[in-house]
Design a protein around this ligand. Sequence first.
Ligand SMILES: Cc1cc2nc3c(=O)[nH]c(=O)nc-3n(C[C@H](O)[C@H](O)[C@H](O)COP(=O)(O)OP(=O)(O)OC[C@H]3O[C@@H](n4cnc5c(N)ncnc54)[C@H](O)[C@@H]3O)c2cc1C
Length: 448
Amino acid sequence: MPINIAIIGSGPAGFYTADALTRACKGCHIDIIERLPTPFGLVRAGVAPDHQTTKRIVKKFEKTALLDEVNYYGNVTIGNCVSLAELRELYDAVVLAVGAPNDRKLTIPGADKIGVHGSAAFVGWYNGHPDYQDLRPDLNVGTAAVIGVGNVALDIARVLVCSAERMAGSDLPDYASCAIQGSPIYDVHLFGRRGPIEAKFTNVELREMGKLNCCVPLAKAEQIPGDDDPVLAALSDRDRRLSERNLKTLRTFSVNRPDEKSKRVHFEFCATPVEVLGGDRVEALRFERTQVTDGRAEGTGDFFEVDCGLVVAAIGYRSDPIVGAPYEGDRGIIPNDDGRVAEGLYTVGWIKRGPTGVISSNRYDGEVVADYIHKDFGNLPKSDKAGRKGLESLFNARGIRYVTYADWKQLETMEIENATGVAPRRKFVTIEEMLEALDKSAPSREFA
Ligand SMILES: Cc1cc2nc3c(=O)[nH]c(=O)nc-3n(C[C@H](O)[C@H](O)[C@H](O)COP(=O)(O)OP(=O)(O)OC[C@H]3O[C@@H](n4cnc5c(N)ncnc54)[C@H](O)[C@@H]3O)c2cc1C
């Protein structure tokens, strides 16, 4: 009997782990269990809708999903439909790859006003994530503020100012497209607590902001350090090169004129938000000017306000605790020793490391854990675990309707068929409509 491995979560970390396991533990059975009917985690629901080339990584994940030894069970939430303890009874090894789906909250006074959103919710909304499709942010405002100076903040700013032509080739859901294209937002301000050297943008994404046909990026020359800044000199070669590229790009933004194009994205560094102002709704943000000392932002006692009717805080993500697994509340991760959590329990991706890095950063996690699983179980003469047979009996006994990879492919075909113009797909955005569409397309399928 081959060893049985369950991976919880079908994002990049889950798929890279499955792929590595097919090589490290030949012949093992791998079951990927996913909360949503749709696979691929943040590749579908986080990566910006106009970055379709980035989303092509799913073709690689699909090759893994279609292998004989790999099964996909979508629409199954661990901790709700099945407990982690039950999975550990059924499988030799369980890998937690559930990501970090929640926002790190903005905790300043007024952060609960209408019009203040976290980036997980806002990005989920414009990406058609079933949890957030009914967020309905009010975009009927002139100015938006995005707090954060990483790629997520850039994505949000870009999506808010992108032209209809550019977005035509995206998979932005209709409701988001109508709200964004109908919005009078002409100014988006991006705020960073620290300076441009500490900003987390990658240069390709930053430069992209300068190539939009209806929006001009603006930066303040006096906020951009010179290449002889001692802080740069103290960085590693790699980090210094990355920062220098960003500074160069920001310098080009500093000579742009605000009236060059119809919309503007303003970069403002060394500004920490201290209060959301307004009545029930946000009307402005109050900031304290900071100075950066030893990489830390310290308040200077100077304050200023910026009017805005929408605030999106892109200040990081956190994972949920999972019953049956340890949890490190401060960092919002599962404490682990290089991916090992307990006997037969492992973790990978953002729930393991925290919310940093790009899609491919998760590959290493999968390889490490696959090696550990091979070491821990590779010499097992035979597995006495029920594995997928046991899991499916449990689903049947509980009337749990799971979605297979073949079902997902049917949904995907319908999404592609439903697209108009050059859009790559028209996403299903609720779980109900996904299941209903599957019912209609395969009425004979029985769910016990
Ligand atoms: C807004 C945004 C944009 C990004 N854009 C890019 C980009 O352009 N390029 C790039 O390289 N990287 C990008 N990243 C980073 C990249 O998306 C992450 O590195 C990667 O998705 C993390 O993978 P993961 O598998 O750990 O988590 P996730 O991708 O979040 O996958 C976790 C999966 O687990 C499932 N799950 C959660 N709880 C349960 C449960 N209880 N039971 C079953 N399943 C569960 C979730 O539904 C999800 O499918 C972006 C990230 C964000 C937030």
